[in-house]
Design a protein around this ligand. Structure first.
Ligand code: HEC
Ligand code: HEC
Length: 203
């Protein structure tokens, strides 16, 4: 898959980075730090090596480095809604974010150990194939996708992202939006919730 959306966003937000880091006084900017040292700041929420231990912070280990950079830029610019990451993302330079992207890309993604409803997960198998697999390949487990992992991601985190997409506070790409609408017309809120269980079942 081509990374055209990333390139565009990263170029567009290059300026935002330069301007906003000067104002992010409450987040220490660590210049000259190694990639591991930079990532230590993130470990409190995203776990050591990016495997998050709490359900509202996503696991970011093994992330596609292009998506990692894209999402940090989108947090900094406000394009991605966030409770915490907007403030954090503004505290790092583009180089530091690139270092962290490489660091996390090398870490192993460990699917979250969590409960799920097996009947719902089974029901959503077909929904995923029909509406989501095209871009979230291997059941949402492919690091080649232009997104984070869906398979094995924390269900409360996924549920919140899906709610943000449906509420319009996180804008999906046009094609994803179309598929999400089709899914909702066909299967309703129950179908969306079944999909969350499907991804949670991938352990
Ligand atoms: C206080 C907790 C906390 C800290 C510290 C933190 N994060 Fe986050 N992170 C979150 C939460 C919560 C989200 C979901 C978005 C939101 O609500 O801010 C998130 C989302 C993300 C995402 C988006 C994943 C996706 O699939 O879109 C990335 C990438 C990320 N964080 C990277 C980092 C990095 C790099 C650091 C360290 C520089 C860091 N985070 C520090 C809590 C945290
Ligand atoms: C045309 C491609 C495409 C289709 C189809 C698609 N997605 Fe996505 N999805 C993306 C891209 C690209 C991103 C990351 C950038 C963004 O937020 O738009 C993403 C991000 C996500 C995220 C947020 C992940 C994170 O780490 O924050 C979720 C959840 C998600 N998709 C669920 C779905 C579901 C469920 C379906 C099926 C109903 C679906 N997507 C269909 C391309 C797609």
């Amino acid at each position: 898959m081509a990374y055209n959306i990333f390139t565009k966003a990263v170029l567009a937000t290059g300026l935002t980075f330069a301007v906003s880091s000067a104002f992010a006084a409450d987040v220490p900017v660590q210049s000259g730090a190694s990639d591991g040292m930079l990532a230590n700041t993130c470990a409190g929420c995203h776990g050591t090596n990016g495997n998050s231990t709490g359900p509202s912070a996503p696991t970011i280990a093994g992330y596609n480095p292009e998506y990692f950079k894209f999402s940090m830029a989108a947090f900094a610019s406000g394009e991605f809604p966030s409770t915490i990451m907007g403030r954090i993302a503004k505290g790092y330079t583009e180089d530091e974010i690139a270092q962290m992207a490489d660091f996390y890309a090398k870490q192993k993604f460990i699917p979250a150990k969590q409960e799920f409803d097996a009947a719902q997960a089974k029901k959503a198998d077909k929904l995923h194939d029909k509406y989501c697999e095209k871009c979230h390949e291997d059941g949402g487990a492919s690091p080649e996708d232009e997104s984070g992992f869906l398979a094995g991601q924390w269900a409360p985190y996924l549920r919140m992202q899906l709610a943000d997409y449906y509420a319009g506070s996180r804008e999906p790409s046009k094609k994803m939006k179309k598929k999400m609408e089709e899914l909702h017309e066909k299967a309703g809120d129950a179908g969306v919730e079944a999909l969350v269980n499907y991804y949670a079942s991938k352990q």
